[in-house]
Design a protein around this ligand. Structure first.
Ligand SMILES: [Zn+2]
Length: 158
């Protein structure tokens, strides 16, 4: 084989190796950037969830969105009733979504949610004889009342 051709091939191979190295370095940078973005998103999501849950737990503890003590008492009665009649399970939901009201009927108070109100959509994975998901819509305040009653009930009374 002509030495010139061999040298040309070596040059070409070296050039390709260089390109591959450059590309690998770029991919590494890209991966590091993606990791950073993912971690930022994760931190943001955790923060959002935490503040949402701390708001919920404050509501559960009695402080609520402009509700009087009497309103809270009535809502808790509704929540107890829903639990007793089995309209809502006595366990934490498997999925919880929150947002503006969509006009859905609230399982606890029977009123429709409005755009101005916070609506929670809670879902339970059916583990009994009927497979699938059971979905309920609740006002935030009704969810808080249910959460309060659900966690208050003594184990022997369940
Ligand atoms: Zn309600």
């Amino acid at each position: 084989m002509d030495i010139g051709i061999v040298l040309a091939q070596i040059d070409q191979t070296l050039a390709q190796a260089g390109q591959i190295r450059q590309r690998a370095a770029m991919l590494c940078q890209e991966a590091a950037r993606s990791k950073g973005v993912t971690l930022d998103l994760y931190a943001e999501t955790v923060h959002k969830c935490r503040s949402r849950w701390s708001r919920l737990s404050r509501l559960v503890c009695g402080a609520s969105e402009g509700l009087s003590r009497a309103d809270t008492t009535i809502l808790r009665q509704h929540a107890r009733e829903a639990l007793r009649r089995g309209r809502l399970p006595n366990r934490p939901p498997d999925r919880t979504y929150g947002g503006h009201g969509t006009g859905s009927l609230c399982t606890i108070c029977g009123l429709r949610t409005t755009k101005e109100e916070t609506e929670l959509e809670i879902e339970f994975d059916h583990d009994g004889s009927i497979p699938g998901w059971v979905r309920h819509y609740l006002h935030l305040r009704c969810f808080a009342a249910w959460e309060f009653e659900r966690t208050k009930v003594a184990p022997e009374a369940r």
